[in-house]
Design a protein around this ligand. Structure first.
Ligand code: HAM
Length: 426
């Protein structure tokens, strides 16, 4: 019996894991510059946390949640997204008691039972940020710009930032009525889910994957015509903030996003390059003015976004953007007889203490297989110890790049390795 990984889930091994960590490092370094602190919440939440926040008519709640009943008969769900759990924790831990806005970031696995394809997995990692307590236009612009900065730091090209306002509560009510009237004549042509959504939440129809090409969806009225004067002014100020920061964006009145908790501003970083990821969002987010209060917390607005690690990693591979991730000098230590093997163990230990990555074969004394191991490990320096070396307290060191080989006093090893690093441009 050969077991396989669960469909839609990935293993990260060696170099892939190094790429994963490199992206994580860039994200966290950049976002800390904005004063965010980390939050780590459980992978599982009570199911109600997601149903209430994402919305009963969202694809996530209707089709994509990994939900099960535990032995205590509680309905639990593997988190499909990060915001709801962070909001739950924000309230439960009374983080709102701090005077200044709370800025939190997370880097964590999410789970959605969707059809696996390029850039869409059942377990995927999100890097996300949430700000509570201040959604003034300049803060929102700065937050959106931080996502843009991160993508630029990673070197990613061909991303278009799309931004829209879906308005305040009254704007959205007016828009929902308009959509109902518009779709009334086309009801029968829509998918079963959308026919139901029309009554409860017609905005969801615009986000449906099955009906995205339907002529009535394409011809649907725009939210822009229903925005209240306040909502329009707020949207204008956020865009002005992005202009101040020199962030390029495209206002797209059709952008609605797939989660119910958004109010006013929504945005997505869409990849427009020419490969399998084309059209997918590297990240997205928006304001949620009422989510905290709808969870029973105080009336505090929030705003945030999340980026998908797998999509970013895939795009970076396509664009050849990863630097050499194992860039330090690797040293291999070779022992040519039983006693020299013991000596090489000690030398390796010293080298590791000095900060080097060090490889050695623990059993073989023949030269060839040990050289092969050094080669596979990418060793830039090879330390060779035999009977002669032991007798005279010296070491033979070979520069694998220049092929130059010298015998040096043992105590000069670290200084000599520095010379090799200089010679090899490390
Ligand atoms: P979302 O748009 O559902 O938003 O997901 C954010 C990002 O996660 C997407 O842009 C995408 O890069 C990645 N993603 C989503 N689903 C998958 C999948 N099946 N496979 C691979 N990557 C995926 C949210 O989750 C919100 N919580 C974002 C947010 C934070 N809004 C406010 N604060």
């Amino acid at each position: 019996m050969i077991y396989q990984r669960v469909k839609g889930m990935l293993d990260y091994v060696g170099e892939e894991a190094a790429k994963f960590r490199y992206i994580e490092k860039c994200f966290t370094e950049e976002i800390k510059k904005y004063g965010f602190r980390e939050i780590i919440t459980p992978v599982l939440e009570n199911t109600e946390v997601f149903v209430r926040s994402s919305g009963e008519e969202s694809d996530i709640v209707e089709k994509e949640m990994y939900t099960f009943t535990d032995k205590g008969r509680r309905s639990l769900t593997l988190r499909p997204e990060g915001t709801a759990g962070v909001v739950r924790s924000f309230i439960e831990n009374k983080l709102y008691a701090r005077p200044e806005p709370e800025k939190l970031y997370y880097f964590a696995p999410m789970f959605r039972y969707s059809r696996p394809q390029a850039g869409r997995y059942r377990q995927f990692y999100q890097f996300g940020v949430e700000v509570f307590g201040d959604v003034s236009p300049l803060l929102v612009a700065d937050l959106i710009a931080s996502g843009d900065k991160i993508l630029k730091r990673l070197g990613i090209k061909d991303i278009i930032l799309k931004i829209n306002s879906i308005g305040d509560f009254s704007s959205r009510e007016a828009y929902a009525d308009r959509l109902r009237a518009h779709f009334a004549a086309h009801r029968d042509g829509l998918c079963e889910d959308c026919r139901r959504r029309l009554d409860k939440n017609p905005l969801r129809v615009l986000d449906c994957k099955a009906d995205s090409d339907h002529p009535a969806v394409i011809a649907a009225p725009s939210i822009a015509d229903c925005l209240s004067a306040e909502a329009q002014e707020y949207f204008r100020k956020v865009r002005a903030g992005l202009d101040l920061l020199g962030v390029k964006y495209e206002a797209d009145s059709r952008l609605v996003r797939g989660l119910d908790y958004y109010t006013d501003i929504v945005f997505e970083y869409i990849y427009e390059g020419d490969n399998v990821y084309r059209g997918l969002a590297a990240g997205g987010g928006g304001i949620y003015a009422d989510l905290v209060s709808s969870f029973g917390g105080p009336d505090i607005p929030g705003v945030g976004y999340a980026m998908g690690l797998e999509r970013i990693l895939g795009i970076m591979e396509e664009q050849n953007l990863f630097p050499a991730l194992d860039s330090g000098l690797v040293v291999a230590v070779i022992g040519l007889d039983e006693a020299s093997k013991e000596k090489s163990l000690q030398v390796a230990s010293l080298l590791r203490e000095a900060g080097y990555r060090c490889e050695l074969d623990y059993a073989k004394t023949a030269l060839k297989p040990q050289f092969r191991l050094a080669d596979r490990a990418g060793a830039g320096a090879i330390v060779i110890i035999g009977e002669e070396e032991r007798k005279n307290n010296v070491l033979t060191v070979k520069n694998a790049k220049t092929k130059n080989q010298e015998t040096i006093p043992e105590e000069n090893l670290l200084a000599y390795l520095k010379e090799i690093e200089n010679e090899n441009g490390i």
